[in-house]
Design a protein around this ligand. Structure first.
Ligand SMILES: [Zn+2]
Ligand SMILES: [Zn+2]
Ligand SMILES: [Zn+2]
Length: 276
């Protein structure tokens, strides 16, 4: 499979609109961007799966030149992962629809499943065909075998993804938006991939700027979770160690990384491609 990182930023992206911080200025100088989260996966069989529908959908597809998707999977219903789905109006010819996969289990925070929320938010769009997926059950999407696994992103239900190409055996793991408290069964499903994309919103040193501080501290007291919703860089690297992927890229990064750390390895930027 061919993996293209369409969007590697957090919900404001880097550069952030109207921001002149050193990190946003450095991104402009380097000509790099971290738009809102999305990943394009082209299977060996030639079909394409879009992981999350970024509000930056249009510019991502114009910039990266990837094929339009044959299917979409949505990890959770935050704006930066879902709102690009409105582009389906232009994606699919009149009278046709595109399958949009999402977890079918009820989210206690919303009283709906991710699939239900996608259906209700886009009820005006007859060109999307929302299909319920059961967590931990491998499901065929665009020629790929995809398993949704629950992660922790309170208060919403959120899912990581294990994606395998049945033709090549290539494996991609995506943590999704999550704290470090990924359940054990989900860790197992995400382990041993060729490439891991891990949520790493900020360095642990910035936890004192969050009203909730940090959580899930390591033995040296370093927080692996920023607030309650996302992993720190240190937490993401610890999880990556445990999951043992051949290669790890840190994604969903905020412009709050100090400029001298923001573009260092293994933090991803938009447009990176991987062959698995
Ligand atoms: Zn900035
Ligand atoms: Zn989120
Ligand atoms: Zn997000």
């Amino acid at each position: 499979m061919e993996v293209t990182l369409l969007g590697t930023g957090d919900t404001t992206g880097t550069p952030t609109v109207g921001c002149d911080c050193d990190t946003c200025e450095r991104a402009r100088e380097l000509g790099v961007e971290r738009s809102r989260f999305s990943v394009h996966v082209r299977s060996e069989g030639g079909e394409s799966l879009l992981v999350d529908a970024s509000p930056d959908f249009r510019s991502q597809f114009l910039t990266q030149g990837v094929d339009l998707p044959d299917a979409v999977v949505i990890t959770h219903v935050h704006f930066d992962h879902l709102d690009g789905l409105g582009n389906a109006y232009r994606l699919v010819p009149y009278g046709e629809s595109i399958p949009v996969y999402a977890a079918g289990e009820v989210d206690p925070a919303t009283g709906e499943s991710v699939a239900d929320t996608v259906r209700s938010r886009f009820d005006y769009l007859d060109r999307i065909d929302v299909r319920d997926v059961a967590p931990f059950e491998p499901t065929s999407m665009a020629g790929l075998e995809v398993t949704l696994v629950p992660v922790e992103h309170p208060p919403l239900a959120s899912y990581g993804l294990a994606i395998a190409d049945p033709e090549t055996g290539g494996r991609l793991a995506i943590t999704g938006d999550t704290s470090y408290a990924v359940p054990e069964a989900s860790r197992e499903a995400l382990s041993g991939a060729d490439l891991l994309l891990a949520d790493a919103i900020v360095p642990a040193a910035l936890c004192d700027r969050h009203p909730r501080g940090g959580a899930h501290h390591d033995e040296d007291g370093v927080p692996r979770t920023f607030g309650t919703k996302h992993m720190t860089r240190e937490g993401a690297l610890d999880l990556a160690d445990e999951l043992g992927a051949d290669r790890t890229r840190l994604v969903h990064a905020a412009h709050f990384y100090p400029a001298e750390e923001a573009f260092a390895e293994p933090l991803a930027v938009d447009g990176e491609t991987y062959s698995l």
